[in-house]
Design a protein around this ligand. Structure first.
Ligand SMILES: [Zn+2]
Ligand SMILES: [Zn+2]
Length: 446
């Protein structure tokens, strides 16, 4: 029988394989960059990945939640399954020089680097025989629609029964894509590894979660000059609602990183008509689920107060946004060690501190152990027309290397590390609770 190789030897082989595939990985990442697609429309992007899977003989399912892909590779036993995940979608930035002229879509969040890194992991696991020394399976997952955008389009998809959730990972949870997965590892580009910020990687991260609300005030139209007394001014009701929210901002605590940022999307119809319908959209963000829910109570009370004051009606439609992101501590430890090994201690950070953006990896991490670590290679202009990838070797290949090192650590020797992570994990929700409580959050604030 063949001597079992050391973990270090497996990592060396995997890293070497990624370097050998440098041109292929760069070409794929650049190809995806050149054809950005928005969430639930990433057909070409998905095809680019499945072409690689087909070439490598990796069995896969496609068309999951419209455009998602899940490939699976078998280890020598099935003690655990690690999912390596990447996001298919882009954002919109019409002024970006590489934006799609028709849709304005542009890869200003670096998700093409995630996809390139995922392909890098696929190469490392199939160009070598390291899976023969790993006690578990690896799922290679490309997920649609991370960015919470184009809600109108997604609502149509929901009405047509094609999806039930706005975001891809939420939809993947519902569809059971993670049911056979024990641990999820993924990474996201950040503005590091350059002169401005020499840090090349960050292991742990923490993000706000949020709820979305669409609020409709219904009043009564009347001639604004001749008979305002016979109307009910929906805009006035909305103003009271907004004012009531603003008066409660002093109750928002710094520790909770609360953000409430409503906009009026429809203020009336015609200037000489008392507004009969006014629409507002807002997001309610905070660092913990209790803080999100408490703030949503205050905001919802405020909307109702506006309606009460004017005698108008209000319809509050609350949508589950993303749950707060907390990286799994054991996964942070393991990833940090790999970062130190790959880049050196002075170029890596164990914990990047709390940030007030959001990601649907928070929803995944609420149900099963997950990490989204960060790898540099871009500037810091995310979602903007001056976003640029500056170091593709870091953003694509460096990321792929860290992902595959994590996979090896988790699945080596009976998949002990993966099992320990699963054992110590305390879920915020079971899948069923997630679907009923978070999925049904709209009921709570009606
Ligand atoms: Zn983004
Ligand atoms: Zn992103």
């Amino acid at each position: 029988m063949k001597e079992r190789r050391s973990k270090e030897e497996l990592k060396r082989l995997a890293l070497e394989a990624i370097d050998k595939r440098r041109e292929d990985i760069l070409a794929l990442g650049d190809d995806i960059y050149s054809e950005p697609e928005l969430g639930y429309k990433e057909f070409k992007t998905a095809k680019k990945l499945t072409r690689v899977f087909s070439e490598l003989g990796i069995p896969f399912d496609e068309g999951i939640a419209i455009t998602g892909v899940k490939g699976k590779l078998k280890g020598r036993s099935d003690a655990a399954t690690v999912g390596v995940m990447a996001e298919l979608d882009s954002v919109v930035s019409p002024q970006h020089p590489n934006a799609d002229p028709q849709t304005g879509a542009a890869h200003c969040c670096g998700h093409n680097a995630m996809m390139a890194a995922l392909a890098g992991v696929a190469y490392a696991l199939t160009d070598t025989d390291i899976l023969e020394d790993l006690d578990g399976d690896v799922a290679l997952i490309a997920v649609p629609a991370e960015e919470f955008v184009e809600l109108g389009y997604r609502k149509t998809l929901i009405e047509e029964g094609k999806i039930h959730f706005m975001s891809g990972k939420q939809e993947f949870i519902r569809l059971g894509v993670f049911d056979d997965i024990d641990v999820i590892v993924m990474q996201h580009t950040f503005g590091g590894g350059n002169e401005e910020n020499p840090l090349k990687a960050m292991a742990g991260e923490s993000w706000n979660g949020f709820l979305g609300q669409e609020v409709t005030y219904i009043g009564k139209e009347a001639h604004a000059g001749m008979a305002p007394h016979s109307g009910i001014n929906a805009l006035a009701a909305a103003q009271v609602g907004l004012f009531a929210i603003n008066l409660q901002r002093e109750t928002f605590q710094e520790k909770d990183f609360v953000r409430v940022h409503p906009i009026i999307t429809k203020g009336g119809d015609l200037v000489n008509v008392i507004p009969g319908e006014v629409k507002i959209e807002t997001q309610i963000r905070a660092s913990t689920l209790p803080a999100i829910l408490e703030t949503a109570e205050k905001v919802s009370r405020s909307w109702k107060a506006g309606a009460d004051a004017l005698g108008a009606k209000v319809i509050i439609d609350t949508l589950p946004g993303y749950l707060p992101v907390r990286s799994n501590e054991l996964l942070v430890d393991l990833t940090y060690k790999n970062m130190v090994e790959l880049f050196g201690e002075e170029y890596v950070l164990k914990d990047s501190g709390h940030e007030t953006g959001s990601s649907d990896i928070g929803d995944v991490g609420a149900i099963l152990p997950a990490i989204q670590f960060r790898v540099g290679g871009s500037n810091n202009k995310f979602h903007a027309s001056d976003f640029r990838l500056l170091d593709r070797d870091l953003a694509y290949l460096g990321a792929a290397k860290l992902l595959v090192m994590d996979v090896i650590d988790l699945l080596y020797e009976g998949a002990e590390a993966a099992k320990k992570v699963v054992e110590e994990f305390e879920p915020l929700y079971t899948k069923e609770e997630y679907l009923s409580e978070w999925g049904g959050i709209g009921e709570r604030f009606k």
